[in-house]
Design a protein around this ligand. Sequence first.
Ligand SMILES: C[S@@+](CC[C@H](N)C(=O)[O-])C[C@H]1O[C@@H](n2cnc3c(N)ncnc32)[C@H](O)[C@@H]1O
Length: 256
Amino acid sequence: MKKYNIQFPRIKTGHLGQDEAFFYLQHNNKKEKILFHDYENIYKNQGLYEQLFYERLKCVSPKKVTDALKHVIDVNKDNFSEMRVLDFGAGNGMMGEEIKKTGVSRLVGVDIIGEAKIAADRDRPGTYDEYYVMDFTRLTNEDREAIRSWNLNTLTTVAALGFGDIPPLAFLEALNLINKEGWIAFNIKETFLSNADASGFSKLIKELLFSEYLYINHLERYRHRLSIEGVPLYYFSIICWKNTDVPDSFIKQYIA
Ligand SMILES: C[S@@+](CC[C@H](N)C(=O)[O-])C[C@H]1O[C@@H](n2cnc3c(N)ncnc32)[C@H](O)[C@@H]1O
């Protein structure tokens, strides 16, 4: 696999927020500044996402969340062979690759950008049974029907919630597009569970986790990856049983 010349910026006082972080890519005789959230640009370069987040910054989340799900499935004597999974915020398929190894019955990916699907098809062909490029805050009835036709009973979302990525409304839509009952496996930055965080996303997660819609089966704090300053970023891996659909009355508060 091609190795890229990745350079990190000087460390000034304080540190960059996760959605402000960037790196320099030295290629074709030029130095290009790329934001961590510029996924279009990152996915276009095969192997760059893996080299940046997984090799250099030691991200472990796809494996960590999959292992947590495996544990819960084992404790509950459930079967991966009966799981039909929606991998939401699928990117170039890192989580898809992990979850596929468990022997799930179907795996459907969704991402908001076309470059993610192109990269998943290029880098991990055959991982997904279907991969949709859709914006879950603007779904048409046809989009919903297409997703529902897979009769999905598990939702996975890794490294994609908050920080300008998947917004609350889109996550709620995904929750309701899997069956009324099923497994939900995701991770979030630890601060989203703190009382000090008053962001919409934090409010949503705290309300959902202590609601009758989701039952927590597993909650574990772990080191998701390093920041560019080398500081550990802690996340929670969370596995819930979805007990029922989230009602419109709850969803309404997250419609802008
Ligand atoms: C950090 S990547 C994670 C990819 C993959 N899940 C992994 O673990 O490597 C975040 C992904 O979320 C996607 N994303 C951001 N906002 C989204 C949205 N509103 N709907 C669907 N996907 C979104 C991005 O395009 C990107 O591919």
